[in-house]
Design a protein around this ligand. Structure first.
Ligand code: ADP
Ligand code: GN1
Ligand code: MG
Length: 369
């Protein structure tokens, strides 16, 4: 999907209980799904910023229920941080700003759902990992996020995208897209298709174990890419986990797996020079350290043992989703050039190969940890 046409974000921002005059609203961030704007406001006491987002309702088919999830998650996380006496709780979790009529989201004339968050200042979401310290901080934050939500009251969260990490279902969708080849693109991606088909036998491991109960279901984030946690600009410590749209029942392995995908390679997700793409072992070791530190109280031996495999599985799964979107004509992820999804596929699959090469060493590290 090419980035959506501009909305009148200033007019939408006026629907929210912002404190002050709106100076500007400009596109912000590098997410692939929602439309995000930074809103600058001039209040009496000094400048203030907010994040305004249009929920992509082609991706999230039940946006109202999604917002009910997000409200629950934000409220619970904030209450627990306050209860624990965390001094800067305001910065440690996303907080929704209500509309002028006291609602948690706004519906515009075209039926779009909008929400507004307080801006997390002095912290950044990084597209590419730069140091083991960053990898450690990200893993620690996502593990702590799971810990914070382990006692979320109110019953099971809605699955905002059913079967989001159901790798076999993703594989079946890929096969369907390949069989249809609606845009005649299969011929331009023969090696990538072969790579995917050769790994069909591995896609069931986690879903089978969830089904037979040997892996536990947890409230997980499910989209733990590095830029979905904001790191402090000065200390590089994890400050705030963001992008809560896919917080729902899942496996801890999904969260760790996507950390491996996004926080071990020195190359961007869409790097076209594949010689730069590799799983760097010190980054993996830092992820393991951070994740085990914050999940020590609850991670089971089987979850621990499968952490390296999860890195491979989720990297493969996301690569497969990019490949599927390529074959289907770029209908899901935002793209910036005609081959963007194919470029992303190649990068993910190169990383899968690098993980495969190092899997024994990764497993040995876990056994020692
Ligand atoms: P998407 O689902 O499209 O990835 P995100 O919720 O991740 O959207 O937001 C896109 C980007 O906006 C993030 O990567 C981050 O840089 C920025 N962002 C989102 N929420 C906040 C916030 N509360 N404070 C500061 N930056 C934010
Ligand atoms: C999307 O929303 P964003 O950009 O953080 C996608 C993830 C993918 C990721 C790949 C809801 O994440 O599942 O792993 O792109 N989110 C959704 O970069 O599909
Ligand atoms: Mg995001």
């Amino acid at each position: 999907m090419i980035a959506a046409a501009g909305h009148d974000a200033v007019a939408i921002a006026r629907e929210f209980a912002l404190s002050g005059e709106i100076l500007s609203a400009s596109p912000y961030g590098s997410g692939h799904i929602n439309d995000t704007y930074k809103v600058d406001v001039k209040p009496a006491g000094g400048p203030r910023r907010y994040v305004l987002q249009r929920i992509n309702h082609n991706v999230f088919r039940r946006p109202d229920e999604l917002m009910a999830n997000v409200e629950r998650v934000c409220a619970h996380a904030y209450a627990k941080l306050k209860q624990a006496g965390v001094p800067d709780a305001e910065r440690r979790t996303l907080r929704l700003l209500p509309t002028l009529t006291g609602k948690a989201w706004h519906i515009d004339a075209a039926g779009n759902r909008w929400r507004c968050y307080h801006f997390i200042e002095g912290a950044t979401g990084h597209d590419v990992v730069r140091s083991p310290e960053q990898a450690y901080a990200a893993a620690k934050s996502f593990g702590a996020f799971q810990s914070l939500l382990a006692d979320l009251p109110g019953g099971r969260l809605l699955e905002t995208i059913p079967d989001f990490h159901h790798t076999p279902a993703r594989f079946a969708r890929f096969q369907q897209a390949l069989a249809q080849d609606a845009h005649g693109r299969a011929a331009a991606s023969v090696p990538e298709i072969a790579f995917a088909l050769a790994r069909a036998h591995e896609v069931n491991v986690v879903v089978d174990a969830l089904r037979d109960g040997t892996l536990p279901e947890r409230v997980t984030h499910n989209d733990t890419k590095l830029n979905n946690v904001l790191l402090d600009d000065v200390t590089q410590d994890g400050v705030c986990v963001i992008d809560l749209d896919t917080v729902m029942p899942g496996s801890a392995l999904y969260d760790f797996g996507d950390l491996v995908r996004t926080s071990t390679s020195p190359a961007a997700e869409d790097e076209t020079d594949l010689s730069k793409v590799q799983m760097q072992f010190p980054m993996f070791a830092a992820l393991v350290k951070g994740y085990l530190e914050s999940t020590r109280g609850f991670l089971t031996p089987k979850e621990r043992a499968l952490l390296p495999f999860a890195g491979k599985l989720i990297t493969f799964e996301i690569g497969l989703r990019f490949l599927t979107d390529w074959l289907e004509g770029d209908i899901y992820f935002k793209t910036k050039c005609p081959t963007h999804n194919l470029d992303r596929t190649r990068t993910q699959f190169k990383l899968v190969e690098s993980i495969e090469d190092q899997l024994p060493a990764m497993q040995a590290l876990i056994a020692r940890a």
